[in-house]
Design a protein around this ligand. Structure first.
Ligand code: NAP
Length: 279
């Protein structure tokens, strides 16, 4: 594919979901030192204290970047909750859409669902529905809100869909997570087909040492899958969030990815290992 310009060269408005901890926090830390001055980073998650603490860290390392915080719950799919979120942020902070050469939305927020149950133990409609509200419906509604605010092809528009090898590997225990990620990946393929001017990166960060991974290691019902994860740790294939995000940085700098195609990090080495243990 023809090489495009390094994504970090343009003055940007960037929203990152799930920025309060884990991979999202590391993406924010990396972006703060990569984007040009006067770019705006908008950190989004439920825990506002954690978001404020990330904001303080970012401002200490990158004083020329504006860091905004927006508390939200991606599972709140009630009518109107997502409407106008980005318009109000622009207005409240006396910004103008014309201030930016590029806008970017990073869909990083996710949860893993009832991994202590098998697929045939999912009796509770509210819990199943609430899983897809957070991980699929809310993500789609937030995405619509963002691209309603930033509807013109200029400035250039980028969306990052943080996916997982679990979107194409059937992992016992991760029924909701696998199916939710697969649905998201297809959603972005369709978006890309409809809106070719939007740059779409579907990126899998590999096995990363975060609250999410530790929760799965402790609570997945499948012993064989817990063994897979133990093996990944023993083999040194669980990275830190910083290591994983360094690979994402390279992908965005190179900017040669195919829109909405899977781009993966350490799963390149982890995939045969997963295949071996999950057969
Ligand atoms: N860690 C891995 O090994 C791994 C592997 C492959 C893919 N991924 C993907 O990487 C991304 C980040 O994962 P992670 O490991 O960093 O997860 P994590 O440590 O559990 O962090 C999840 C983030 O999502 C936010 N979040 C959760 N529920 C939310 C809700 N209802 N509304 C708004 N925000 C919510 C959390 O913030 P609050 O609690 O403050 O809301 C937190 O900032 C996810 O998309 C995950 O699927 C991770």
């Amino acid at each position: 594919m023809e090489k495009q310009e390094n994504i970090f060269l343009k003055k940007s408005f960037v929203a990152i979901t799930g920025a309060s901890r884990g991979i999202g926090k590391s993406i924010a830390l990396m972006f703060a030192v990569k984007f040009p001055q006067n770019s705006v980073l908008l950190l989004m998650a439920r825990n506002v204290e954690d978001l404020e603490s990330v904001r303080t860290e970012l401002q200490a390392t990158a004083p020329n970047i504006t860091v905004l915080v927006r508390q939200y719950d991606q599972g709140k799919t009630d009518e109107g909750y997502f409407n106008g979120i980005f318009d109000s942020i622009i207005t409240e902070n006396k910004l103008s859409k014309d201030d930016f050469e590029q806008v970017m939305l990073v869909h990083n927020c996710a949860s893993t669902g009832d991994k202590d149950k098998t697929a045939l133990q999912l009796f509770d409609a509210d819990r199943v529905r609430s899983y897809y509200d957070v991980n699929l419906c809310g993500m789609i509604l937030l995405n619509t809100s963002f691209f309603t605010t930033f509807c013109d092809p200029s400035p250039s528009r980028v969306v990052v869909n943080v996916t997982s090898g679990a979107s194409w590997t059937a992992v016992p225990s991760l029924h909701l997570y696998c199916s939710g990620k697969a649905a998201r990946d297809m959603f972005f393929r369709v978006l890309s087909a409809e809106e070719p001017s939007i740059r779409v990166l579907t990126y899998a960060p590999g096995a990363v040492d975060t609250d999410m991974l530790r929760d799965v290691e402790a609570n997945a019902w499948s012993t064989s899958y817990r063994e897979v994860l133990k093996g990944l740790r023993q083999n040194g294939e669980v990275t830190t969030p910083e290591e994983s995000v360094a690979d994402l940085e390279r992908v965005l700098e190179d900017n040669t990815f195919e829109n909405a195609a899977h781009v993966y990090n350490y799963l390149q080495t982890a995939q045969p290992y997963l295949d071996k243990y999950l057969q």
